[in-house]
Write a protein that binds this ligand. Structure first.
Ligand code: NAD
Ligand code: DAU
Length: 340
């Protein structure tokens, strides 16, 4: 049986990946490493914890000795690195942690892969490493050869990790792949991000804080489709390559927020325009031709269906996010949105 070490498995995409693999791949065992920052939740992993094919370690990826001990003990066949500080607004407040986890943590993980038999390593990256595209050029898309041009401390840290991963492949022949995905949505996303934040605020009849004029465009992909892309890259991806992942689903923020109001039968008068994010990227749009032609990946969930089931999930799982919005997040929300 293959053993996969997954970092960041208590977060949004990592947990969805854990469940995707446990539910569809009886031939795989999973070892999850997560330090449980504000974004990591054991309640998310409750069903996985009851599965004998799943093992959990509370462990920081920046801690070399701790990571080496887990590799010595578990001897994984491959590593997928989801662990990261992932929120752009928090990176604007405090860049240092982003550099430590998102760059130096990745170095620790790849060094462990090297010293334990040149283990296969997949880095989960983001389309944000390419910077942004103009709003008035719908013909322009990010391809894998678009130059890196990061805008925020978050995206700069992810770009640094991508370069480091590709350098470890070239210099040490570490078997590395990198995927750069567009915005994900779906179950278990932390309520600081646009879609769950708007759902939670709608349900509480609180203002819906739209940055600037709400005209910025994101390219939304259902999280399960991202998980399937990573599985395919792990199995069939060419070593040393980067794969863009996205489903040609560009939407303006304001349209997403209005759609959520509609789904929840809440008035659009809740929408409040607030001061824009510093350095706010205008538009992201992925060209997924390479992963489609080489690996046969295509997105399976239409946005109209995915957003309905996501709203339903937040309605059906109120205890999950209500617990979160009452903790550290409350202080963060106050800092980020009061007087904005
Ligand atoms: P998330 O913030 O929901 O989860 C991150 C997880 O990493 C949490 O469980 C947290 O506890 C863990 N973590 C953070 N620092 C750690 C450390 N030092 N050691 C061990 N664990 C640590 O993030 P997400 O949205 O699930 O994103 C996962 C990955 O996918 C990230 O690398 C992100 O850059 C990338 N990505 C996200 C999106 C998106 O739309 N959310 C899109 C493309 C790529
Ligand atoms: O593109 C992939 C990236 O998508 C990932 O790498 C990041 O980890 C992930 O957080 C996400 O980044 P964004 O900055 O695009 O996501 P966020 O949900 O923070 O914001 C989406 C858009 O909505 C963005 O244009 C800012 C806007 N926004 C966001 C929040 C939280 C608002 O207008 N109001 C808000 O309150």
């Amino acid at each position: 049986m293959k053993k996969l070490l997954v970092t960041g498995g208590a977060g949004f995409i990592g947990a969805n990946f854990v469940y995707h693999m446990l539910d569809t791949r009886p031939d795989v065992r999973l070892v999850c490493v997560d330090s449980l920052t504000y974004a990591g939740n054991m309640s998310t992993l409750a069903r996985a914890m009851a599965d004998s094919r799943f093992t959990f370690y509370r462990q920081d990826i920046r801690d070399r000795a701790g990571i080496d001990a887990i590799f010595d003990r578990e001897k994984p066949d491959a590593v997928v690195n989801f662990a990261a500080e992932s929120h752009v607004d928090r990176s604007i407040e405090d860049p240092a942690l982003f550099l430590q986890t998102n760059v130096l943590g990745v170095q620790v993980m790849m060094d462990a892969c090297r010293s334990h038999g040149n283990i296969r390593f997949h880095q989960v990256s983001t389309d944000e490493v390419y910077g942004d595209l103009p709003l008035d050029r719908p013909d322009m898309l990010f391809t894998e050869s678009t130059p890196l041009h990061a805008s925020s401390p978050y995206s700069a840290s992810k770009a640094g990790a991508d370069l480091l991963a590709l350098a470890y492949h070239r210099t040490y022949a570490l078997p590395v792949t990198v995927s750069r995905c567009s915005n994900n949505y779906g179950p278990y996303q932390f309520p600081e991000k646009l879609i769950p934040l708007m759902i939670a605020n709608c349900l509480a009849d609180k203002p819906l804080p739209v940055y600037g004029k709400g005209l910025n465009v994101r390219d939304w992909l259902y999280v399960e489709d991202h998980c399937k892309a990573i599985e395919l890259i792990l199995e069939k991806g060419r070593i040393g390559e980067v794969y863009n992942v996205g489903g040609h689903n560009e939407m303006r923020n304001i349209d997403i927020v209005k759609l959520i109001c509609g789904e929840l039968h809440k008035p659009e008068s809740l929408i409040t325009y607030v001061t824009d994010r510093k350095g706010h990227d205008l538009r992201y749009a992925i060209d997924p031709t390479k992963i489609r032609d080489e690996l046969g990946w295509v997105p399976e969930t239409a946005f109209a269906d995915g957003i309905k089931s996501t709203v339903r999930w937040y309605l059906d799982n109120r205890p999950w996010w209500e617990e979160i919005v009452s903790g550290e997040y409350r202080d963060y929300y106050e800092r980020m949105y009061a007087n904005r």
